[in-house]
Design a protein around this ligand. Structure first.
Ligand code: AHR
Length: 503
């Protein structure tokens, strides 16, 4: 048994717990929309064809924002294809995912799904094959109350009131050579600035996200952010970050330490933004929108079945099945995002349904929770109030990718209204339990209200539609508080949530 300790002090406030940290992402990709969100004829479908079981699971997951409609897809998308009578909508080739989009779902249906689910939309505009004018048209369609061609068309299509969409992504991953309409940083920075400037003429209160890097491994990482922000600093509010992690070549220790990379990613982007701020004599700060993050086994994903159709509608793509170790990493990535709540003002788990997703569906049938569902849902439910920085003392474990890394990673939140303190922790040791001692001297008189741990002797266990409950987080009976110190034992490769409340 290893030992670790953390000290929690109410004075060490990083910033508020931001609801937008618990966002997700729906792209026209594979079965994310069609047979995921949307399946007319499904026993739970509503009048729009949206699956009620998926709405319920999305609510249970605690998702607050949903980015839409892509992703790589958006860089070839004509949003006008998705409005008006469904039977008149064109079928289009989706070059990003080599599929056919029947356009049965467009902006109006998506907005109705958001309203039904209670999530905030985060809309992306196409800056791959399109530009300023098409972004303005979509903004007019969505946000102008009426009296113009596009806004009156929205009303004619059934939405009397404007959608008032606040968050807008200026394109997607424009640094990636795979992106339709890929650009240099200079080209994209100019286009983002001009698109943002024009969009603000329509609505000055928008929150605009410029594309940052598709990953910290990109050869242009850092330079890209610097150039884009030099062009667009005054016109945007956020710069995006995208990161996917997976266990490579059986290197579980490095995989479990993926949050080290996320920490470095956020710190680097924040430092670059601050350098541009200083050089440009700007006063405001640019925040990070970590609007794609997850575990994604890019080499292992289930892919399209041999249907014989070269441009299929809603093929099986990127349907990763997540195991217990993946869930521990997802929980740890959320710890990293919370720890950076001063700079990360929005984040999106990519994605929501079927495509590298916590929620899976069978066409015409059941839906179920993957292992990664649980740390997300519990963090979204329990993290509240302020994020506290912890003093952590833990033994280290060697990793091939990151060198020596503490086996324990943790963050805490404190809700001044209720007095509740929540500790979120992972044990990244492959072999050893960690006896965790929490010094609560700044919070006298707390008791354990709930202690849950997600682990399994077989960390490769994955949920299926037939058995999605074998690794539900279970009560951790070792948790106790005495003399203003909490104690809990954390099994190897585990994620835990400890909720402490006033006696
Ligand atoms: O989430 C899947 C894909 O990953 C998105 O379409 C793209 O933005 C990223 O590369």
């Amino acid at each position: 048994m290893l030992s670790a300790s953390v000290t929690i002090d109410p004075a060490f406030v990083v910033g508020p717990v931001r609801p937008r940290t618990f966002g997700s992402f729906v792209e026209h990709l594979g079965r994310s929309v069609y047979t995921g969100l949307h399946e007319p004829g499904h026993p739970t479908a509503d009048a729009d064809g949206f699956r009620g079981d998926v709405v319920e699971l999305t609510r249970e997951l605690g998702v607050t924002t949903v980015r839409y409609p892509g992703g790589n897809f958006v860089s070839g998308y004509r949003w006008e294809d998705g409005i008006g009578p469904v039977e008149l909508r064109p079928r289009r080739l989706d070059l990003a995912w080599h599929s056919t989009d029947p356009n049965l779902v467009g902006v109006d249906e998506f907005m109705r799904w958001c309203a039904r689910t209670g999530v905030e939309p985060m809309m992306a505009v196409n800056l791959g094959t399109r530009g300023v004018q098409e972004a303005l048209d979509l903004l007019e369609y969505c946000n102008v109350p009426g009296g113009t061609t596009w806004s009156d068309l929205r009303r004619a299509n059934g939405a009397e009131d404007p959608y008032r969409i606040k968050m807008w992504c200026l394109g997607n991953e424009m640094d990636g050579p795979w992106q339709i309409g890929h650009k240099t940083a200079q080209e994209y920075g100019r286009l983002a600035a001009e698109t943002a400037r024009a969009m603000r003429m329509v609505d000055p209160d928008l929150e605009l996200v410029a594309c940052g890097s598709s990953g910290s491994q990109m050869p242009t990482f850092g330079e890209w952010e610097h150039t884009v922000l030099t062009e667009a600093y005054e016109h945007v509010d956020h710069i995006s970050a995208h990161a996917y992690y997976w266990e490579e070549d059986g290197d579980l220790a490095s995989f479990l330490a993926s949050a080290v990379n996320m920490d470095h990613f956020v710190d680097s982007v924040a430092a670059t933004a601050d350098a541009v701020r200083a050089a440009g004599k700007h006063t405001k700060h640019i925040h990070v929108s970590f609007d794609e993050w997850n575990v994604w086994y890019q080499k292992r994903a289930e892919s399209r079945p041999p249907s014989g159709d070269d441009w299929p509608v809603a093929p099986v793509l990127l349907e990763d099945r997540y195991n217990v170790a993946d869930a521990v990493v997802v929980g740890n990535l959320l710890i990293s995002l919370l720890r950076h709540t001063d700079r990360v003002h929005a984040a999106s788990l990519a994605q929501l349904v079927n495509v590298i997703a916590p929620i899976m569906t069978e066409p015409g049938g059941r839906s179920w929770r993957q292992t990664t569902f649980h740390p997300f849902a519990l963090t979204a439910r329990h993290a509240a109030g302020e994020v506290l920085r912890l003093a952590v003392d833990a033994p280290v474990q060697d990793t091939a990718k990151f060198g020596p890394v503490p086996v324990l990673d943790a963050v805490a939140t404190h809700d001044p209204e209720t007095g509740a303190v929540v500790v979120l922790a992972v044990n990244r040791s492959l072999t050893d339990d960690v006896a965790l001692d929490v010094d609560l001297r700044g919070f006298p008189g707390l008791r354990v209200a709930e202690a849950l741990t997600l682990s399994n002797p077989d960390h490769t266990w994955s949920a299926t539609a037939d058995d999605a409950t074998s690794v539900l987080p279970r009560a951790n009976t070792t948790a106790k508080v005495s003399d203003d110190r909490a104690h809990v034992d954390l099994p190897p490769v585990s994620w835990s949530m400890l909720r402490l409340e006033r006696v």
